[in-house]
Design a protein around this ligand. Structure first.
Ligand code: UDP
Ligand code: MG
Length: 319
């Protein structure tokens, strides 16, 4: 096997303070991996400027003039981290054999790339970077982030626990991934859907080298909401079961109203009204859930995700 061409994809949003510090670290890693013969000298670092309002793009342009390994693309405006990573991956896809997406703030351990490339050489097409500890995160960040993974799991979304967007993806997987046309992006949930052989590499998450987090609480909540609603229709199913439960309870209510009326514990007309209220409430919930089931199906249909993806073929079944 030839040494693979690696593209490191780095989303950057208002990162003028940290980029000059981390860019040389990425370059060092590319040079080290090249020297060890693990990757091709044609490997590159691709910065994706996500509509920064500071000097980020100027810095990227300067870097690309300094060293041929640095390259950059800029989004026309700020579209968020997920869109920036996707743009980078799609641009890199036809130019390389493997991509590694990583934040530009030095939080993800660049040293883990060696193990990622090794895993690729061992036949894995996707390698997830997983945080082994969260000691350096604030209590609030850790609490919300871990709660988020648990909620996702409870809601039926399949994600790798404590994996963010530091991962290796082969160009082969990206070719299939390009057929996922959805606009609500939640990459860490979508990548496992593509399948292929995958593994995890563990690393310790550091503190930001400089600058501040660009993920406000608002952006974090939006990501969590996107994650659940774009991966799973389980919330809709929950409405259906809530309807079923309320309907069941309403029957108990009806029995109770009838018995109370027969025993003469109520005023005239109360029992019939109570029965109606219980019944109509239950029926409405159930039907809403039923309609929801169809909406859930429509939702999955409009995404038009690939229905199958072929990973291997025997010799006489070549494309
Ligand atoms: N980022 C981006 N667009 C945004 C917000 C963030 O491209 O709208 C990038 C940011 O430059 C960084 C990565 O996404 O490389 C992760 O952001 P950050 O470190 O602020 O998030 P945190 O690590 O605090 O969750
Ligand atoms: Mg960060």
């Amino acid at each position: 096997m030839n040494t693979p061409v690696l593209y490191i994809v780095v989303p950057c949003y208002n990162e003028e303070t940290v980029l000059p510090l981390t860019a040389p670290m990425f370059l060092e890693k590319i040079n080290a991996l090249t020297a060890q013969g693990k990757i091709s000298p044609d490997s590159r670092i691709l910065f994706v400027n996500d509509g920064s309002r500071d000097r980020t793009w100027d810095i990227i342009e300067d870097l690309s003039r300094q060293d041929e390994h640095y390259e950059g693309i800029a989004q026309s405006r700020n579209r968020g981290h997920q869109a920036a990573v996707l743009a980078g991956l799609m641009e890199a896809r036809t130019r390389c054999d493997i991509t590694i997406s990583i934040d530009c703030d030095g939080q993800d351990d660049i040293g883990a790339m060696d193990a990622m490339v090794d895993a690729y050489m061992d036949g894995c097409e996707v390698v997830y970077g997983v945080r082994s500890k969260r000691d350096t995160d604030t209590f609030f960040k850790r609490f919300t982030a871990e709660g988020f993974y648990k909620l996702l799991k409870a809601m039926g979304a399949d994600v790798v626990f404590n994996h963010a967007d530091y991962r290796l993806i082969s160009s082969r997987v990206l070719k299939e991934f390009a057929n996922f046309k959805e606009v609500n992006l939640f990459l860490r949930g979508m990548v496992p859907m593509v399948g292929f052989k995958s593994t995890s590499v563990y690393y310790e998450r550091h503190e930001r080298i400089a600058g501040e987090s660009k993920y406000s609480l608002k952006k974090m909540l939006a990501l969590a909401f996107d994650g659940i609603t774009s991966l799973s229709v389980k919330p809709i199913r929950m409405v259906f079961f809530a309807g079923l439960l309320i309907m069941l309870l309403s029957f108990i209510g009806i029995v109770w109203a009838v018995v109370a009326a027969m025993l003469g514990h109520s005023v005239a007309g109360w029992a019939s009204l109570a029965c109606l209220v219980c019944f109509v409430g239950g029926v409405q919930c159930l039907f809403l859930g039923l309609i929801g089931e169809y909406i859930g199906k429509i939702y999955l249909e409009v995404k038009a995700r690939p229905r199958y993806i072929i990973s291997d073929r025997t010799d006489d079944m070549e494309e």
